[in-house]
Design a protein around this ligand. Structure first.
Ligand SMILES: [Zn+2]
Length: 241
């Protein structure tokens, strides 16, 4: 109710937009990537650094992502690493298939940490805000990409997320940690976002044109001026095909 003034902008029911509580001054120096402990360069990384070649869908069972499937296409760090809680029964709806993907930033404090301990605590804080304060069924996003480029599992993809007001149906939500109005994503984050979007669009057979950013679906700054053009470039360059 306190946020009703934002209702006309459709912003109040999402987790990554118009919070104005950032009291931390951004670091003045450029945000150079820190020592990359993960992800390491893999054959996949080398492959995607090459000129794009036609993407061939494999015979992977897709209609897949059957509700019973527990295979995670991103091999994300499991949520057991940051919470013991599951989704709140009665507050989540079944996804019934992923047909689109939406990229977000956090839009809160700038985030400079990239270690597992603080990231885990941070995800727990976000979940508490979403569950306790907003009454949602779980953390709003399905995946979170931290500053080191590690993908963390958020809400189970069997359930709709809570990340774009009135647009959560069949919509997988990816949060890239940080406020990209105020800071830039790390190289690791961008590389892993690229890799993750490729994997997810292939796994769920989502057309590239149905990879969105938050602001493309609802009025919002999300995912911030430093990430929005990166997502647009991934889409238009053929890098996700
Ligand atoms: Zn957002």
């Amino acid at each position: 109710m306190m946020l009703a003034g934002l209702g006309g902008l459709g912003l109040f029911a999402v987790g990554c937009t118009e919070k104005r509580t950032d009291l931390l001054a951004p670091r003045p120096e450029p945000d150079w990537p820190r020592v990359p402990t993960r992800p390491t360069t893999t054959a996949y990384d080398r492959a995607i650094a090459l000129p794009p070649k036609p993407h061939v869908l494999t015979a992977r069972p897709q209609s897949a992502a059957p509700v019973s499937s527990r295979r995670d296409p991103l091999n994300a760090r499991p949520r057991s690493r940051w919470t013991r809680a599951g989704a709140v029964a009665g507050r989540v709806n079944p996804m019934n298939g992923v047909q689109r993907i939406t990229v977000h930033h956090e839009g809160w404090h700038a985030v400079w940490f990239d270690d597992e301990r603080r990231t885990a605590a941070h995800l727990s804080t976000i979940r508490n805000i979403h569950v306790r304060d907003r009454g949602w069924g779980d953390i709003g996003y399905h995946y979170i990409i931290d500053r080191a480029g590690v993908v963390w599992q958020g809400r189970d993809a069997r359930y709709q997320g809570a990340h774009v007001k009135n647009n959560n149906e069949h919509n997988l939500g990816i949060l890239v940690l940080g406020n990209f109005e105020k800071q830039v994503p790390t190289t690791q984050q961008l590389n892993v976002l690229h890799r993750s979007l490729r994997a997810l669009t292939a796994h769920y057979r989502v057309p590239v044109r149905r990879v969105y950013t938050h602001r493309e679906l609802n009025p919002s700054q999300c995912p911030g001026r430093h990430l929005q053009p990166r997502v647009a470039a991934l889409r238009s360059s053929g890098a996700l095909a």
